[in-house]
Ligand binder design. Structure first.
Ligand code: BES
Ligand code: ZN
Length: 630
């Protein structure tokens, strides 16, 4: 698919013998992490030879030039005789690399791969600390620089980062692999009036004025984390506490609504700890970002990043908070060793998220999410090409698993194990799993080995019943898959059946519907509808004018499929404000599929929206529009 130099080839090129490597496969001296690293094809790093163990950033957020610049001091743990360390570098301007006395160290930057960036090789000359002076590129993939007009307050610009999976190499010169854990600290200097927050302990909550009229904020993270979890946001931020160890940051205009929406977070933390052991990260704060945030949420340690589209006024999307919180165990504590194992992060988290929702809101509400997830899993499998499609495997090439199958096939797998062994036994196992592998990377094979050792324990009947290898490595869905069904969704299905049989919109009782009920209803409407029926739907259910971004997106999917012109103005307005990929990807795809009708609308909307999109969202949209209509 893509070409990159294998770790072995790189070693040969640099003259480090692989013999030396083989002999050195023993625990590193500092014992912080074992010396065996899973083979991550998305990094240039050679951690067995020399690895980064600590990152110390001193950066200025330069809003005028849309770049961060400053220094990164790296601690390197090297094998005896290691000549150099290899970092991941995506478009960085490297100005100077020195030892801690200021003596320059020779560097070489390898060939640039469009996706992976380039290897940055630094000669160590015996040093275990190196200092890199650098700047990020204006288009750095991890960073979105928002002009003040694109913020809620409209008065100050905004910056945020998104590291997962391999974007952080565009603003931090380090080894950007989830299996190479690093502690970190940072000083971030910003223009006066702006607040910086990061995914670690906040050492200077109010900032410290600098001699030149700016403000510096300091942070640190003493737990070794995979580098994709280093995150930064800078904006006109306010804070509201929700409990002794939790609270929400966002622009003042959204603060009260956000605090109200996330009121239950303390209950969620308590429920999570009750299930799988102590929360090990100190505070749990949330940051609600501007609508261009490309994801629903991102589990940055101590500071979950969230899209504002989940603030719907009815707390019906707090599953996203439960999800990001759950990552504090599955993902941040026990981390997928490579992106081929992403289901260990997302599938475990989706399962855990649902257990938190059940503990806080009860079985019915949890079943609602689980049942919808099951439906999404089935449609993801169908869209990937059916039960034999390689992209339906949980473990495959990195990024290969289709749609959200790492989430929903992964969570269904765990639910299937839970059902077979019983909840109490499975909970005890999982609790032990998080303890055994705390602060370590995990592979799919490693999980299965652990499961066999600590849960199955040689029970041949259970082993046969579970079909573990089929779940983990084969495409499709094993026949023991557990499907949780929701009575609430069954009720929506009855409304839907009446409507689809030709019943009037006015007969549909949407009173008190949550986002999930709306989704079930709108997705269940056959794609082909008359203009009259679409108008009835839009007006009767207030779809184009809906305050709920999920509802609007699901409605536009139907409107686009029918080339329904009256929806186009509000659709364009939507595409220029919302940047959450999950909500806008299907709309661009639908428009692109509508050829001469849809393409001009998509192109036009994207031309207007692009400057306000995150680099990742813009790249995604460009890819969709570049594909020919078939
Ligand atoms: N870690 C993910 C976000 C992510 C995934 C970033 C892949 C980069 C690459 C996060 O935890 C997540 O899963 N967010 C979901 C919400 C969830 C409730 C399904 C999202 O963004 O929709
Ligand atoms: Zn997740």
């Amino acid at each position: 698919m893509r070409s990159f130099i294998s770790a072995a080839a790189l070693l040969l090129l640099t003259g480090v013998s692989s013999m030396a490597l083989a002999q050195d496969a023993q625990p590193m001296a500092d014992g912080a992490q074992s010396a065996s690293f899973a083979d991550d094809v998305w990094t240039y790093a050679e951690p067995e030879t020399a690895r980064v163990s600590h990152v110390d950033l001193d950066l200025v957020a330069d809003f005028e030039n849309k770049r961060v610049y400053g220094t990164a001091v790296l601690d390197i743990v090297a094998e005896p005789g290691a000549q150099s360390v290899v970092l991941d570098d995506k478009g960085l301007r490297i100005d100077l690399v020195t030892d801690m006395d200021g003596t320059p160290l020779p560097i070489s930057v390898g060939e640039q791969d469009e996706m992976l960036g380039a290897p940055l090789r630094i000669r160590l000359n015996g040093n275990s600390k190196i200092k890199i002076s650098y700047a990020s590129a204006p288009g750095a993939e991890a960073l979105q620089w928002l002009p003040k007009e694109a913020t809620a307050g409209g008065e100050k610009p905004y910056l945020f980062s998104q590291g997962q999976p391999i974007n952080n190499r565009s603003w931090i010169p380090t080894q950007d692999s989830p299996g190479i854990r690093q502690t970190w600290e940072a000083r971030i200097t910003v223009p006066q009036g702006l607040v910086a927050v990061m995914s670690g302990d906040k050492l200077t909550p109010d900032g410290v004025p600098t001699a030149d009229g700016r403000v510096s904020y300091r942070f640190k993270m003493d737990n070794a984390v995979p580098p994709y979890l280093i995150a930064l946001a800078v904006g006109d931020l306010a804070f509201k506490p929700l409990g002794p160890n939790s609270g929400v940051y966002t622009e003042v205009a959204m603060l009260d609504a956000a605090a109200d929406e996330f009121q239950d977070v303390e209950k969620m933390i308590a429920a999570a700890e009750d299930l799988y052991g102590p929360y090990r990260w100190g505070r749990y704060d949330m940051l609600v970002l501007p609508p261009s945030f490309p994801y629903g949420g991102m589990e940055n340690p101590t500071l979950t990043f969230l899209t504002p589209t989940i603030i719907t006024g009815d707390r019906s999307n707090t599953d996203v908070v439960a999800h990001e919180l759950a990552h504090s165990w599955s993902g941040n504590l026990v981390t997928n060793a490579t992106w081929s194992d992403s289901w260990l992060n997302e599938g475990f988290t989706t399962y855990f998220e649902n257990r938190i929702m059940e503990a806080v809101y009860g079985k019915d509400r949890a079943a609602l999410y689980a049942d919808l997830d099951y439906g999404t899993m089935l449609s993801d499998i169908a869209a990937a090409g059916g039960m034999d499609a390689p992209a339906t495997r949980l473990h495959g090439d990195p990024g290969e698993t289709a749609g959200q199958l790492d989430y929903f096939k992964g969570s269904t797998f765990l639910r299937t194990i839970e059902k077979a062994v019983g909840r109490d036994r499975f909970d005890a196992y999982l609790r032990g799993y998080f303890d055994r592998f705390a602060f370590q990377p995990q592979t799919t094979a490693g999980f299965l080995t652990d499961l066999r050792a600590h849960l199955i324990k040689g029970d041949a009947a259970l082993e046969r019943e579970l079909k573990l290898d089929q779940w983990a490595y084969q495409p499709g869905l094993p026949d023991n898959a557990v499907h949780i069904q929701s009575a609430t969704l069954a009720q929506v299905d009855r409304e839907l059946a009446a409507f689809n049989a030709g019943g009037p919109v006015s007969a549909v009782d949407t009173q008190g519907w949550s986002t999930q009920q709306w989704m079930r209803f709108l997705r269940g409407i056959p794609r082909e509808q008359s203009a009259a029926r679409l108008q009835e739907l839009d007006e009767g259910l207030n779809l184009s004018g809906n305050g709920n971004a999920y509802v609007r997106s699901a409605w536009y999917e139907i409107a686009i499929a029918n080339r329904y012109d009256p929806a186009v103005p509000s659709l364009k307005q939507y595409l220029t404000t919302v940047g959450r990929m999950l909500l806008i990807r299907p709309l661009y795809q639908g428009l692109a599929a509508q050829g001469s009708w849809g393409r001009p609308i998509a192109t036009d909307a994207f031309a207007q929206a692009k400057s306000g999109y995150h680099p990742m969202t813009a790249a995604m949209t460009e890819r969709i529009l570049a594909e020919p209509t078939n």
